[in-house]
Ligand binder design. Structure first.
Ligand code: ZN
Length: 259
């Protein structure tokens, strides 16, 4: 085995363990529970989860997707979040190299994963992540080579302010709220780490993919409740991650297409 393979395996294992913690955040933050205490429990029978039943992905498989004590099915979301976190740990280091930039980006992606799954479940984006996230992303921008503090400040202001204006205009026109305050704080946080270009790109990708998802939902209208709002947070998170990894290439490709 080459040192590089070993390093990637270590990064993957690290990502899986962080993913396990992200599951705790996804489960507890919306309920305003502490994310450090008590130990993880089965939400149905309340039994503490034994350390050997708490191993990312593997435990889910050898418990055959059920709680050991009460046999309540364990949602597939748990191993999915762990796997996503593991994969992102590996590809973040592959893209940005070992060092502080990868650490900043991986923390950012981890926060976006938590936001995505909480928004899907509860249609909220917790302030507990975005409010500290905005200054932390700004500090992170000082560490990553792709950013300057001026760009970070601009991204933060346009991300927060721009979406706020859109929401305000929508409210004036339609008399109801279109975009949640959580989305605004999330885009400010994304802007603080990706700058002005990141904000524009993220909003573009999020609107495009969100519209497609909305059309698909409308086409399937007989199956779902039309009034159910599609959360926008996951699309913003998706746009921001695409920007991190392919933003430069996609923007160049798009400009060539126009010329
Ligand atoms: Zn149980």
């Amino acid at each position: 085995m080459t040192p590089e393979t070993l390093f990637n395996i270590a990064a993957f294992a690290y990502g899986l363990c962080i993913g396990s913690f992200l599951n705790v955040c996804i489960h507890r933050l919306p309920a305003a529970m502490s994310i450090v205490r008590p130990r993880s429990r089965c939400p149905v029978c309340g039994q503490s989860i034994r350390w050997y039943d708490n191993i990312p992905v593997l435990s889910w498989l050898w418990l055959r997707r059920k709680c050991r004590d009460c046999a309540t099915p364990i949602p597939w979301r748990y191993p999915l979040v762990e796997l996503l976190s593991g994969v992102f740990a590996v590809i973040t280091i592959a893209r940005f190299g070992p060092g502080p930039a990868s650490l900043v980006y991986f923390c950012f992606i981890a926060a976006l994963l938590v936001i995505t799954f909480i928004d899907l479940d509860h249609q909220i984006i917790p302030n507990a992540i975005t409010l500290p996230g905005i200054p932390l992303c700004f500090l992170g921008a000082l560490v990553v080579p792709a950013m300057t503090w001026q760009d970070a400040l601009m991204g933060l202001a346009v991300g927060g302010g721009g979406l706020y204006l859109v929401g305000w205009a929508y409210y004036l026109l339609k008399g109801k709220e279109g975009m949640g305050g959580g989305d605004i704080k999330l885009l400010a946080m994304i802007g603080a780490l990706t700058g002005l270009r990141g904000v524009v790109f993220t909003l573009f990708v999020a609107s495009a993919t969100g519209t497609v998802a909305g059309l698909v939902q409308m086409a399937a209208a007989r199956l779902v409740d039309m009034e159910r709002r599609i959360p926008f947070g996951p699309f913003l998170a998706f746009g921001a991650v695409i920007y991190l990894f392919y933003g430069r290439e996609l923007i160049l490709w798009y400009l060539r297409l126009l010329s």
